[in-house]
Ligand binder design. Structure first.
Ligand code: ATP
Ligand code: MG
Length: 426
């Protein structure tokens, strides 16, 4: 697992017991011949990938304890953002990752499984006939001057079931960043890739699918939209922020010290229990305490948060900048959207007509902007009023996009005013 889920990550893994129990229950259902496919969705960096890695780890352990053999369940993890650059790359990557997990159980480097020539080499070396036949057919199909894309995709989607039947095992297929599959529909002859996937999975009995994706709205529309052909086949599992006690448990590991209740509560309040923010904040805090000689108290948590969020090299700053740039690039009308976000950063819970007035645009335009911001998951609507999805992002927009910056070495005095202003946002 060292290529996939390093020991240090395993040690830091916290909570998610309920989600793991649910997913493990589905795995046991698969063993008994029932498939309940599942789709995880949640904000960026909320911990979807880590949860899936932990599921893979536990599955490998439990299957090993059962002694393998007939009916063993093999987890296969693949990240669609790495393989969706073209239908050909996708099919190769898809089959390659199944081969990788089947043949190595995640114990080797996957590099040689990801292009067709070296994959062929690995498969021949393994001496496994069933696998070799399919990979050879795929290689032939890929060699054609004008590849038959529906055929190539079908070969890939059918591969896990075919292999499972021949080898007497079952697969738990985990697709991270599933929404990336949409990229493939931009290519000629693979427009209906989702329909093809659905048609293939419906005929399979030895494979359980677990999908996960970051762009909540894109995932929900892929999975839950009534016009989308996938929705009846997947139950949905939202991945939400940590409860206060889990924030405290993760912070304790990262601070290498049991935080006082007040410190833990302040970390939870400012991070919203979002594990990435808890991590970045706690790591910054530890550095400031150990190197900077700060006292570990609630005030220090607030100062560390301001530094993390508003120093341009802080991890929270970098992350917010990335999400902000990426989300706005995807949406049209860049400038107006920035202005809309600034209005909501200053005052949340406005209706679309209030936003229209603040921006001096027509109510129709304001509604469009707000809709775009919802489509990229920056904004949510509750009872006709609009809010940021994420209070930390709101804080960042309110400050960083207006030029407020702090230094990593800022003193308590430098930070006093910003610390006093935190209450407006959290
Ligand atoms: N259960 C957890 N225990 C400890 N730390 C966590 C946990 N979940 C998330 N984290 C922290 O948050 C970071 C982001 O988690 P992860 O990469 O799993 O999120 P994600 O939802 O897959 O994000 P993305 O949408 O960017 O793919 C991790 O690197 C880790 O530091
Ligand atoms: Mg992820």
């Amino acid at each position: 697992m060292r290529y996939f889920y390093p020991q240090e990550q395993q040690k830091l893994f916290t909570d998610r017991e309920r989600e793991l129990a649910e997913l493990e229950y589905r795995r046991e259902q698969l063993r008994q011949g029932r498939q309940e496919h599942t789709s995880l969705f949640g904000l960026r960096r909320i911990g979807k990938t880590l949860l899936l890695k932990e599921l893979v780890r536990r599955t490998l352990l439990s299957e090993e304890a059962r002694g393998g053999g007939e009916g063993t369940i093999i987890p296969v993890y693949m990240d669609f953002s790495h393989i969706c650059s073209s239908p050909e790359t996708f099919a190769t990557g898809y089959v390659g990752w199944v081969c990788y997990w089947y043949l190595t159980r995640g114990q080797a480097s996957p590099v040689s499984y990801l292009d067709i020539a070296s994959l062929m080499g690995e498969v021949m070396l393994s001496g496994n006939r069933e696998v070799a036949d399919t990979v050879r057919r795929l290689a032939e199909a890929l060699r054609a001057a004008r590849p038959d894309r529906p055929n190539i995709l079908r070969l890939a989607f059918e591969f896990p079931e075919t292999l499972a039947q021949l080898a007497g095992c079952k697969f738990m297929l985990i697709f991270d960043e599933f929404q990336e599959i949409e990229t493939l529909s931009n290519f000629q002859d693979s427009q209906n890739v989702i329909a093809l996937f659905r048609a293939t999975m419906q005929t399979q009995s030895q494979v359980l699918y677990i999908l996960s994706g970051s762009a909540i709205t894109a995932m929900t529309s892929l999975i839950a939209d009534h016009h989308s052909p996938l929705f009846v086949h997947f139950s949905q599992m939202p991945i939400t922020p940590f409860a206060p006690q889990d924030t405290a448990a993760l912070a304790a590991k990262l601070l290498n010290d049991e935080p006082s209740e007040e410190v833990a509560q302040t970390i939870h309040r400012l991070s919203g229990g979002h594990p990435f923010y808890v991590t970045a904040l706690s790591e910054r805090l530890r550095r400031l305490v150990e190197i900077g000689g700060w006292t570990l108290d609630a005030e220090a948590v607030q100062r560390a948060f301001v530094i993390e969020a508003l120093a341009t090299t802080g991890r929270i700053y970098t992350f917010c900048r990335y999400v902000y740039d990426l989300s706005l690039q995807k949406a049209r009308g860049y400038g107006s959207l920035k202005a809309t976000l600034q209005v909501l950063a200053t005052e949340e819970g406005l209706t679309s007509s209030q936003v229209a007035r603040a921006l001096r645009v027509t109510p129709g335009s304001a509604r469009d902007y707000l809709q775009w911001l919802q489509d990229v998951d920056l904004v949510v609507e509750r009872e006709r009023a609009f809010f940021f999805q994420d209070p930390v992002m709101r804080y960042w927009v309110a400050h960083a996009t207006r030029g407020v910056e702090v230094s990593l070495t800022a003193t308590a005095e430098d930070l006093a005013e910003l610390v006093a202003g935190l209450g407006r946002y959290f």
